[in-house]
Design a protein around this ligand. Structure first.
Ligand code: WTA
Length: 658
């Protein structure tokens, strides 16, 4: 098994410190001791149907109750809460309107230029109803897929909830993806409408989202798309296509502010979200209505131990699963106050995050290790200028966190008093799977600690057998859970093969394989070591190396490309591309710049290689497979270990080394 993050593995292997939750925190929390956590886990294990059934009945509103908790008769296709009818927009909004929560602030938004908006639950409900009615008015109904390509504005959350309200699955495409990447997703998902904006602000620049939509739709590439709804954000001039394009404010503002939610079957698709896998094509991860609602709701409640007066902020973008589950659905389903910020720390405002925390008195803060490492590098001076005393709980997500960054986060941002929840999960899992419970779990810096109640995680070998403590293996989940993905959109075969048939347990049982390597220590703590497939994690963004390779070889000067990750102190991993040029082409700086630009056009800036290595040929096996293991070692300057006898041409190695 290979892992891309050898540096972080080294450092986590040496980590010995343990931080028990403080009595002060525990005494006020919902799950207040480790024995309580164990008790819940035991209950879930001994009678999962009762555990999940009770949770679904207690935590969600049902128009019609379900007949069966889990139907696993046709694995790996699960049905949760079959026969039930519910609506996640009802659970996030309407059900709070009969209590004091109605006038509580649901969403606080701040734009990068500093403009602000607040919505109470009552107001958000009205806005969502209006948007739902507007969607209906342009012919969108139950089952029609709506793509969102949005900046971080309140309308992004409103649009998601409006789609959910009328039963139209949404597919949010991260605003940093290029028009080409957007087009692929529109075609694959057969989107009928797009919701976008005239642009968004990022790092003091305008991102021209509507132009990208126009390019994606150009030349009739997406014949299924009938309409484009455009939020006015930047007031920059954009082209509007009569009969296809509508301004959000023109068709939404005038709608009635009430709209009955569609009564959805538990298993109706709520959304499709594309993520990278080990082939060149991103996969559309399908999530269902009730199971996802329950899992994002419960995990949010457990992990953030949410309280009436909390102001909660997750810095993710709604274009990623973290934004779906922990900016929009989890917090709102719990009646919490969630903050959405359009900006990021930037040269003109390096303390942007701390400023938001101070201004809005954030009590729970959830961000990515890559951001923490960048702050740590910039030093304590900037955060020390802000009042961060409102914080009571900190979280991280997206990649392994190195213990040094964990300790810095705890001391400098959390003032030594806030527990840290290091949450391991994926687009596919819908919500967090392995994480400390802040009032119950003694934490070890760099470990996501233990699976949540009801999650049967393990570390196994390729036969599916558990490995010994401290031995590396594949991270798996051995029992279905409500938030699990239901399918790869339009590709059942890929769903089976990527997640359920990769490992071959001798008893033919089904285990979900996540794509990550992990080990468990002598105390049972999980240490996630990074991807074991051809997926790399750059600044918490998941990218398929094959996706970047396909982008590169689509350039006229490239004949072959192999992309690998290299451990990087700030970004987790950086992208190194080994390329062979077509005959006659010459490697020079100009080519590098051209290739970078090309990848940005094909995928987006997040996929831009950090380094190019030009070579006459790539190391391959006799059957023609590129030996990435060798390239990874070369990229990181490591010794080439392991068997090289299958190399077709050994001289390639010497050339690459020199
Ligand atoms: C990685 C993001 C270590 C992992 C929610 C996983 C992590 C991939 C952690 C999913 C963590 C996420 N510790 N690694 N706490 N959280 N990962 O789908 O490799 O964008 O498979 O979901 O991120 O990325 P995705």
């Amino acid at each position: 098994m290979n892992s891309n993050n050898s540096n972080s593995i080294e450092s986590v292997l040496q980590e010995q410190r343990v931080f028990p939750p403080s009595d002060n925190f525990s005494s006020k929390s919902r799950i207040s001791s480790f024995s309580k956590y164990l008790e819940m886990s035991e209950m879930a294990k001994s009678d999962p149907n009762k555990f999940w059934g009770d949770a679904a009945r207690e935590e969600l509103h049902w128009f019609k109750s379900f007949n069966k908790v889990l139907d696993w008769s046709n694995p790996p296709f699960a049905k949760w809460f079959d026969g039930g009818k519910t609506n996640i927009s009802f659970n996030c909004l309407d059900r709070h309107l009969n209590s004091s929560t109605a006038d509580k602030v649901a969403l606080i938004w701040e734009g990068e230029p500093g403009d602000k908006k607040k919505y109470t639950y009552k107001q958000l409900h009205k806005e969502v109803c209006k948007a739902a009615n507007a969607l209906k008015s342009i012919g969108i109904g139950k089952g029609d897929l709506v793509a969102l390509y949005m900046p971080m504005v309140p309308e992004a959350a409103i649009a998601m909830l409006a789609c959910a309200r009328i039963g139209a699955p949404h597919s949010v495409v991260f605003g940093g993806f290029s028009s080409e990447a957007l087009r692929d997703r529109l075609i694959n998902g057969e989107a009928k409408a797009i919701i976008t904006a005239d642009g968004g602000f990022r790092k003091d620049k305008v991102i021209p989202l509507k132009d990208a939509v126009d390019q994606a739709l150009g030349g009739g590439a997406c014949p299924k798309v009938e309409s484009v709804l455009v939020v006015q954000r930047t007031k920059k001039n954009i082209a509007m296509d009569d009969g296809r394009d509508y301004w959000w404010h023109e068709i939404v503002d005038s709608q009635a502010d009430d709209c009955l939610p569609e009564q959805m079957d538990s298993e109706d698709c709520l959304f499709v979200l594309y993520t990278s896998g080990s082939t060149g094509k991103p996969k559309g991860v399908v999530h269902s209505t009730a199971g996802y609602n329950l899992w994002s709701h419960l995990t949010f409640k457990w992990i953030f131990d949410i309280r009436e007066n909390d102001v909660y902020w997750c810095t993710a973008d709604v274009g990623w699963i973290t934004g779906h589950s922990y900016i929009v659905y989890g917090p709102l389903s719990n009646g919490a106050t969630t903050v959405m910020y359009e900006g990021v720390p930037r040269p003109s405002n390096p303390g942007a995050f701390w400023d938001v925390i101070q201004k809005h008195k954030i009590s729970i803060f959830y961000t990515a290790p890559t951001a923490i490492r960048a702050f740590m590098k910039a030093g304590n001076k900037i955060p020390n200028q802000y009042d961060l005393s409102s914080l009571r709980l900190l979280g991280t997500v997206g990649e392994p966190i190195n213990p040094e960054a964990w300790i810095w986060y705890r001391d400098v941002i959390g003032g030594g008093r806030c527990p840290i929840v290091d949450t391991w999960w994926q687009t596919e899992t819908g919500g967090v799977m392995i994480s400390p419970l802040p009032g119950a779990t003694p934490t070890k810096p760099g470990s996501a600690t233990f699976p949540l109640p009801g999650i049967e995680a393990d570390v196994v070998n390729s036969d599916g057998d558990s490995v010994a403590n401290n031995e590396g293996g594949y991270l798996v989940v051995k029992r279905p859970w409500p938030g699990m993905m239901r399918n790869v959109y339009g590709d059942e075969k890929r769903f089976r093969e990527s997640y359920w048939e990769y490992l071959k347990p001798s008893d033919n049982s089904y285990m979900y394989f996540a794509g990550d390597g992990a080990r468990r220590d002598e105390d049972g703590y999980f240490w996630v070591m990074g991807r074991v497939d051809d997926v790399i994690n750059v600044s918490g963004h998941r990218l398929g190396t094959m996706e970047i390779e396909s982008a590169l070889v689509s350039h006229e000067l490239i004949s072959e490309a192999a992309v690998v990750g290299r451990p990087d102190d700030l970004k987790g991993e950086s992208i190194v591309a080994f390329v062979t040029l077509r005959t006659g082409a010459e490697a020079n700086e100009n080519i590098e710049a051209q290739l970078k630009k090309h990848v940005v056009n094909e995928i987006g800036p997040i996929a831009k290689p950090d380094e190019f290595k030009f070579t006459d040929s790539l190391p391959k096996t006799r059957s023609g497979k590129i030996m990435r293991r060798i390239l990874r070692a070369l990229a990181s300057g490591d010794e080439i270990s392991g068997d090289t006898s299958t190399l077709e041409d050994r001289s390639v190695l010497d050339k690459l080394r020199s």
